[in-house]
Design a protein around this ligand. Structure first.
Ligand SMILES: C[S@@+](CC[C@H](N)C(=O)[O-])C[C@H]1O[C@@H](n2cnc3c(N)ncnc32)[C@H](O)[C@@H]1O
Length: 881
């Protein structure tokens, strides 16, 4: 059997085999098999070898033996004729039979090698484990081949002796390792025939003629025609050897490689990538293609599915019966997991930061921004207690003493870094929901209260907004407008991905306004639970539909879903209860009526039974109602408690803020807040943000309030605040608030002129309305409001309704908004007042940012979420209608 030297890398160390006589060598690679890439594939090499003629093998072996012997002897220049008879060395380009093992090419990692080159030069690639290759290489080395010539079974004693001598001499000179290949050597020797006899003769000469004779004999043996033709090019032959013309003298080493021949092109299909490309599970390189095919078909039926080889594990999963093979699984939560295909949204122009449009820029500049300062130590690292954090101000070099590395309150800077520093942007992407249009999902995890993405877009004025609504978005069903700051609106029709975030009544995110380098900015933050990979991001829009027409059905599917995008309709629970009771009564009446109508006796068992059933049902209904009432009372109580807690936090925060440089405006706000406690606290932007954005949690949270007892640091303002608010907080709802009338102009002016970025245009209009609302009109307005069955303050007044309510405030901008509610709240004797108060105390629990703050008043800091409805112009349009 022939042996091949398999070089792992280059052709220089590979063995080329050829058929001497015909000058056409046999390919080292099997013409039909797939390139071997595993242990089993070695067989394919060997199976090839089996096809080779034994003569070639023996000649090759013999020639190598002789070549070795010659090499050991003093080199003698060969006659020119001999050189010629051995044939010319093949051109490099023609050495297609050179076999190489190139892992890089096999695995497809040799990316810099041009395909053209590969196709041309690496067609005959032998594969197999390096170990096997090296073993084969070693076994077929000339030294080894000497050892296989041990003449055990040679009949001719002379021949045997010669071979023995030669082998012994070789062993003495070289290696102590002997491979027992005697049988093969025997076969070689027998096949050589004449050549072997010649060797024997020369051996005799060697034996009896000493060293000189030996050399001479070997030279002559080498020139024997049979052996000459059987010589193969040695693996040692360098591919860079210079060409020699026929007849030109060449040295012995060159002769070794001159036997390389171009062979017929193999018909293999070569792998282009990966070790397993082109292979089948049932592939057997020793078989022909048709046999392999047949085997594959046979194996199909009885394939063992237990522990397939790793390379076939995927195949097993894919080819199996989906019902038995596939199962749902969830990736580990922290696995980065984007959607397989990016969702494309038509007409969405991405903006990464706010852009001022038209007059917005000038207006913006005119507004003076508040400032905040923190004095955190390095140890504190601007953590939970950082004043800036509490106030939703981002720390920077101007308001924080710490370096960016030490400071933990730079979320927007962090966001910028995140977007720059990784390939997957912010870690969120657009997704398609079943029934809510597009949405946004996380493709990574987010920590609780970690910033996720900024809500940015075009910042436009109110007028511009109205204009756009009338002209551009006239036919749109979905708007991406959010009241922002300083009477501005963010229109994210061109904006960041945050515009696609849907509403949920149990959201996992919050939309919060922060002040960054003196500028207000909105961003989506993770909620208290954090976000898992793959979760859809949602926040509570607190959507204000302004009119029933605009009420949208909520499809968030959560347990506590309010049913609509916006606050839960107040009358809903009442209606539910009364309808339940009415229904029960009706049923009872029906039952009794039917009994009345029947001919049964007055005290018949049937009637008695029905009567007891009816009373049981009635009792049940009453109990249910009572339970419901108790539950709602409890909820209100809890909400009130929570509000009180929040107020207390705020108070403590105020204590901490003694060192804060407060602007005169803020001082006024705080004073007012302290005077009026909770309801007015809501009108302080900073306080509002703190209230709205903080939900009770024991875990440290971004911007959460944390009390610090540093009484010595109490500022005058804070002290006043505390003393004023102490004891008043809970009693406040009992005291009817003074409506905001011109009688109290300074207050109104203060608040409306507050530079708070949370002042909404709606709130300003509300203030104007309040100012113009005289006491005489209170009752009319109250009546109007209480008469309505709408969940919200009705704003699509018909002309009749308007006539009935002459005091309906029109701010000239046509924006009916929820701020009206606060006006009603102030009316003494309002039957809905207590409920409204209850609701108002609930308000701070709502998430901030998006959505309209229903309880907002003039100077209110809530953001108005206008997305999805034509809120911006509806009021106007309605008025026009
Ligand atoms: C700002 S857009 C949000 C992205 C929107 N889904 C889209 O496809 O562009 C707000 C609109 O989304 C829809 N939406 C958001 N949350 C919803 C919810 N929970 N239930 C029903 N519709 C919702 C409403 O139509 C709403 O007007």
């Amino acid at each position: 059997m022939a042996r091949r030297n398999l070089s792992p890398t280059s052709s220089s160390s590979s063995v080329t085999e050829k058929e001497p006589g015909s000058r056409s060598s046999i390919s080292a690679s099997p013409p039909t098999s797939t390139p071997p890439t595993s242990h089993a594939d070695e067989a394919s090499i060997l199976s090839d070898a089996m096809k080779m003629e034994s003569l070639v093998e023996t000649q090759e072996d013999t020639s190598i033996v002789l070549a070795q012997s010659e090499a050991q002897a003093t080199p003698q220049p060969a006659p020119a004729g001999e050189q010629l008879s051995e044939g010319r060395r093949s051109a490099r380009s023609s050495r297609k039979s050179v076999t190489t093992y190139n892992v890089q090419i096999l695995t497809g990692t040799a990316i810099h090698t041009p395909t053209k080159y590969l196709a041309k030069h690496h067609k005959n690639v032998l594969h197999g484990p390096l170990e096997t290759v090296l073993k084969t290489n070693t076994a077929t080395s000339p030294k080894r081949r000497l050892s296989k010539l041990v003449p055990e079974d040679i009949n001719d004693p002379a021949e045997a002796q010669l071979a023995s001598e030669v082998a012994q001499a070789a062993q003495r000179r070289t290696s102590s390792r002997v491979v027992d290949l005697r049988k093969e050597a025997l076969r070689n020797l027998t096949a050589v025939g004449e050549a072997a006899s010649s060797v024997a003769q020369r051996g005799q000469e060697l034996l009896f003629g000493g060293k000189d004779n030996m050399q001479h004999a070997l030279r002559r043996t080498r020139s024997a025609p049979q052996l000459t033709e059987s010589r193969t090019a040695g693996a040692k032959g360098s591919p860079k050897r210079p060409r020699t013309s026929r007849g030109a003298p060449v040295d012995d080493s060159d002769e070794e490689s001159e036997q390389e021949e171009v062979i017929s092109k193999p018909k293999k299909q070569w792998m282009t990538q990966g070790l397993y490309v082109g292979q089948h599970r049932e592939f057997d390189a020793r078989l022909s293609e048709s046999q392999n095919r047949a085997k594959r078909q046979r194996a199909k039926a009885k394939e063992s599915r237990i522990l397939p080889l790793p390379m076939f594990a995927g195949e097993r999963l894919l080819s199996g019966d989906p019902r038995s093979q596939y199962r749902n699984f969830k990736l580990p939560f922290d696995t980065y997991n984007p959607l397989p295909r990016k969702v494309k949204v038509d007409g969405w122009v991405k903006l990464h930061k706010n852009r001022f449009i038209g007059d917005a820029s000038a207006l913006w500049k005119r507004e003076k921004q508040d400032s905040s300062q923190c004095y955190c130590s390095v140890e504190e690292g601007c953590g939970e207690a950082c004043h800036n954090r509490i106030m939703s101000y981002e720390c920077d070099s101007t308001n924080c003493r710490l370096t960016p590395e030490q400071c933990g309150n730079r979320p927007f800077a962090q966001l910028k870094k995140r977007a720059k520093g990784n390939g997957y942007d912010y870690g969120v992407e657009v997704m398609e929901t079943e029934d809510r249009g597009y949405g946004v999902r996380a493709m990574r995890t987010f920590e609780p209260h970690q910033i996720i993405v900024e809500y940015a877009g075009e910042i436009i004025t109110q007028a511009e907004c109205e204009d756009r609504m009338k002209k551009i978005y006239k036919k749109d069903k979905c708007y991406y407008l959010m009241s922002f700051d300083n009477k501005m609106i963010i229109d994210a029709t061109r904006g960041t991905i945050a515009r696609f975030v849907n509403h949920s009544c149990e959201p996992n995110c919050e939309m919060i306004k922060w002040t960054v380098s003196g500028e207000p900015r909105m961003a989506l933050f993770a909620g208290a639970r954090g976000i898992m990979t793959g979760e859809e991001l949602t926040y509570d829009y607190n959507f204000d539909p302004f009119s029933q027409k605009n009420i949208q059905e909520c499809r968030c599917g959560t347990r506590s879903c309010r049913g609509v995008l916006g606050p839960k309709p107040k009358h809903q629970s009442q209606n539910l209860a009364s309808s339940l009771l009415a229904g029960t009564k009706r049923k009872i009446q029906e039952v009794f009526g039917s009994i009345k109508g029947s001919d049964s006796a007055p005290n018949s068992p049937k009637k008695r039974k029905l009567s007891s059933m009816a009373s049981a049902t009635l009792t049940k209904a009453k109990n249910a109602l009572a339970e419901k009432a108790a539950a709602s009372e409890k909820a209100e109580k809890a909400a009130a408690e929570h509000a009180a807690q929040m107020a207390s936090r705020e108070e403590r925060a105020a204590r901490r803020s003694t060192s804060v440089i407060l602007s005169s405006k803020r001082s006024r706000i705080l004073r007012k807040a302290s005077r009026r406690s909770l309801p007015v606290i809501k009108s302080s932007r900073q306080t509002t943000v703190s209230f709205k954005n903080r939900t009770p949690s024991s875990a440290p949270r971004l911007g959460a309030l944390k009390p610090i007892n540093k009484a010595s640091r109490l500022s005058t303002i804070a002290k006043r605040n505390i003393s004023a608010s102490n004891g008043k907080r809970h009693s406040l709802p009992k005291v009817p608030r003074t409506p905001r009338t011109p009688a109290n102009p300074s207050e109104s002016e203060d608040e409306s002129a507050s530079p708070s970025p949370n002042i909404t245009p709606a709130s300003l209009r509300s203030a104007a309305r309040a100012a113009s609302l005289s006491a005489a009109n209170k009752n009319a307005a109250k009546k109007l409001y209480t008469q309505t069955k709408l969940p919200f303050k009705p704003l699509n007044f018909s002309k009749d309704a308007t006539a009935k309510a002459p005091r309906r405030i029109d701010d000239g901008m046509g924006f009916p908004d929820s701020d009206d509610e606060i006006e009603v709240e102030g009316f003494s004797g309002d039957t809905t007042s207590s409920k409204r108060k209850g609701r108002q105390t609930k308000e701070p629990l709502r998430k901030t940012g998006a959505g309209v703050k229903k309880a907002s008043k003039s100077g209110l800091k809530g953001m108005k979420r206008l997305g999805g409805t034509r809120v911006g112009v509806r009021g106007k349009r309605i008025d026009e209608d």
